[in-house]
Ligand binder design. Structure first.
Ligand SMILES: O=c1ccn([C@@H]2O[C@H](COP(=O)(O)O)[C@@H](O)[C@H]2O)c(=O)[nH]1
Length: 239
């Protein structure tokens, strides 16, 4: 179970610190990561990251930076000083922007702590091929768009990407097995997909070779989150 928990990032999508920390306490000891996203970070700020780190959690700060290179470089410096283990930018910001994130980490890490892992969001797991083609304006399949962004992310010096577990094999084949895949869009069978489109079960995600499974509502919205996590870890272990 420990090996499976090392791969799970629980999305702490909560509106305040008390709710987030209560949930984190409930899951403490499993060894899973905590993912801090926009809802929590914009409500309570960097203090939540420091608190989770003080409690021994590994933290993925999921703010999906997307701005001009100079701004992203500065953002990456600040995030590195905060001491997160992983953060992300949008690949749609382009190679120069992604390289600037890497530079920001190097500048800050030279003076402070260990360098975090930086990854790029390829196409959100809530995006269908129809939306990609008709609204975002990118022709072709989602998988092709994801792999194209993944190749640029790798060239820019990033450690990996966020994508659907359905695209892991194509990403690994294009970018190498050591290129990290972080995959939301995880739904145990029978769970409500909600706004997620490109989904798989925890066992299929493990069989598909993903490095990290990002899981929110199937755990955080369950009546007993610790039990929901345990069931998922069991499913992953048996896969
Ligand atoms: O493409 C992406 C990128 C990020 N996410 C984030 O992952 C979690 C998923 O939560 P669920 O409740 O399991 O759907 C959430 O925090 C998203 O912001 C994503 O889903 N897709």
């Amino acid at each position: 179970m420990k090996e499976a928990a090392d791969k799970v990032m629980v999305a702490l999508d909560k509106p305040d610190a008390a709710l987030a920390l209560a949930l984190a306490s409930e899951l403490y000891g499993t060894g899973c990561w905590m993912k801090v996203g926009m809802e929590l970070f914009y409500a309570v700020g960097p203090a939540i990251v420091r608190e989770l780190k003080a409690r021994g959690f590994r933290v993925f700060l999921d703010l999906k930076m997307h701005d001009i290179p100079n701004t992203v470089r500065g953002g990456a410096r600040s995030i590195t000083r905060l001491g997160v283990d992983m953060f992300n930018v949008h690949a749609a910001g382009g190679a120069a922007m992604m390289s600037a994130a890497v530079e920001g980490i190097q500048e800050a890490a030279a003076h402070t702590t260990a360098a975090p892992i930086v990854i790029a969001v390829t196409q959100l797991t809530s995006t269908s091929e129809q939306v990609l083609n008709e609204e975002i304006g990118i022709a072709g399949s989602v998988e092709d768009a994801v792999v194209r962004y993944a190749r640029f992310a790798r060239k820019a010096g990033l450690h990996g990407v966020v994508a659907s577990p359905l695209e892991v094999a194509a990403i690994k084949s294009a970018c190498g097995s050591d290129f990290i895949t972080v995959t939301p869009g995880i739904r145990p069978s029978g769970a409500d997909a909600g706004d997620q489109i490109r989904i798989t079960t925890p066992s299929d995600a493990v069989r598909g070779g993903t490095d990290y499974l990002v899981i929110g509502r199937p755990i955080t919205g369950a009546p007993r989150p610790a039990e929901a996590l345990e069931n998922i870890l069991k499913e992953m272990t048996e896969a």
